[in-house]
Design a protein around this ligand. Sequence first.
Ligand code: HEC
Length: 92
Amino acid sequence: MKNKVKIITMVAGLTIAVSSVLFMNGCAVPESIANKTGAQLWAENCNRCHNAPDPHNFSDEQWDAALEHMHQKAILTDTEAKKILAFMKSAD
Ligand code: HEC
């Protein structure tokens, strides 16, 4: 009887430990995205619905507006949107 209680306590403790690790990691940027460049993210995301627009086609101000718009449409993370925007603006 005592052993059963011990096992239940251990399982409960483990569950709490695992879920708090998962919870904390939920806010971190996944490694795969963190390592991708703006150019890679642009190529992978911006051609899903239309041809990926040429970075030369718009001014920096126009990219600000377009990315604000596409950030929501393409369901990009903040990190992805920032990297893509920097890539778009780096082309003259
Ligand atoms: C989920 C589909 C989808 C994805 C993914 C997407 N777009 Fe778009 N995009 C659209 C649609 C639909 C339009 C035209 C209608 C509109 O503007 O809402 C558009 C229009 C645009 C325009 C025209 C100007 C404007 O703001 O309307 C630009 C520039 C653009 N997209 C850039 C991008 C870039 C850069 C990416 C990658 C970060 C991207 N799009 C990813 C759906 C998408």
